[in-house]
Design a protein around this ligand. Structure first.
Ligand SMILES: O=C(O)c1cc(C(=O)O)oc(=O)c1
Length: 306
């Protein structure tokens, strides 16, 4: 089936630069997606956007180019609860990729087991209203109780303003929880202000809650953009991410977010995005935890690096 991209869609950056920052051996890109290709893996009827295709082969080429060893591929909302493109990518990766799926309550135990065998290790619950229709909390609770038996965890995506309302639900979940993109703080507000400190409190009080310190290109207001060799990109996001890396060094993950769905302003050079990492994890020890030890503990516990 031929799909027409959402108007003004920004395609992923072709020919990214080689990062100056050498990631540690065995580094994991813990947040990225595959889109289609739509001809082979059609986009879901209920999707809120139609992206450009971004295949498993293109993702794995980027992984190698940036110096990473593994990927955690997160089911994108444009594929709804049809995890076929994700599963296909996981199977092709030869164990170098793990996945986060989207499932509905009607999934059978046999289907959950098939996802597990392909390399899925969690589900994503999305509360960002521009991306998904509302799912009742009882349905999510039911899914949580089923996946806990597989040793999976839950990835949550929400906007900072919605945290107070979602707090009780998040803290009632029975698994490890991974928050996408630091809970999407408004970076024009202070790090020490009530909004971001509520998120810090969530992580301080609940040791099962982790955060991805990802997506500066989505959160930044002042830039500068990761383009044209810029080595000081997204300065306004640095204090937020660094705060989490310093306070919770064992519960942070990093990912490219390639192919960067729904960016409106610019498409970053992924090589320069990697050069953002040493600004938020400033020591070799924190870089090793962020990029290797933490994602290995969560996604490849059988090979854990101590
Ligand atoms: O699954 C997605 O569609 C999706 C969208 C966005 C976004 O539009 O912010 O970010 C993500 O990390 C994933």
């Amino acid at each position: 089936m031929a799909f027409e991209k959402t108007p003004n869609w920004l395609d992923w950056y072709a020919n990214p630069s080689k990062p100056n920052f050498k990631v540690p051996h065995g580094a994991v890109d813990a947040h990225c997606h595959v889109f289609g290709p739509g001809e082979q893996f059609p986009y879901a009827a209920e999707r809120k956007y139609t992206p450009c295709d971004a295949s498993k082969g293109q993702l794995f080429a980027l992984r190698d180019h940036l110096g990473f060893s593994r990927n955690v591929i997160v089911q994108a909302t444009c594929h709804g609860a049809d995890n076929s493109a994700l599963v296909d990518a996981l199977k092709t990766s030869k164990g170098k990729a793990r996945g986060i799926a989207t499932v509905r309550r009607d999934i059978s135990d046999a289907q959950l087991q098939e996802l597990h065998d392909a390399g899925v290790r969690g589900v994503r619950f999305n509360f960002v209203k521009r991306l998904v229709d509302f799912t009742p909390k009882e349905e999510l609770q039911e899914i949580a109780e089923r996946i806990v038996k597989l040793g999976w965890h839950i990835v949550i995506y929400f906007e900072a303003v919605d945290l107070p309302e979602l707090w009780d639900f998040f803290t009632s979940l029975p698994t490890t929880i991974v928050v996408d993109h630091m809970g999407r703080p408004d970076v024009t507000k202070p790090v020490e202000g009530p909004e971001f400190q509520l998120f810090v409190k969530l992580m301080s009080e609940h040791k099962n809650i982790w955060s991805k310190v990802s997506c500066p290109e989505r959160l930044s207001v002042t830039g500068p953009k990761a383009l044209n060799g810029e080595q000081q990109s997204y300065k306004d996001v640095v204090p937020f991410a660094r705060h989490l890396v310093e306070h919770f060094p064992d519960r942070v993950l990093w990912g490219t977010d390639w192919p960067h769905p729904n960016l409106k302003d610019h498409m970053p050079d992924d090589g320069l995005l990697v050069d953002f990492i040493p600004h938020i994890a400033v020591t070799p020890e924190t870089q090793q935890k962020l990029l290797v030890n933490n994602p290995m503990r969560l996604y490849w516990p059988e090979e854990e690096v101590k």
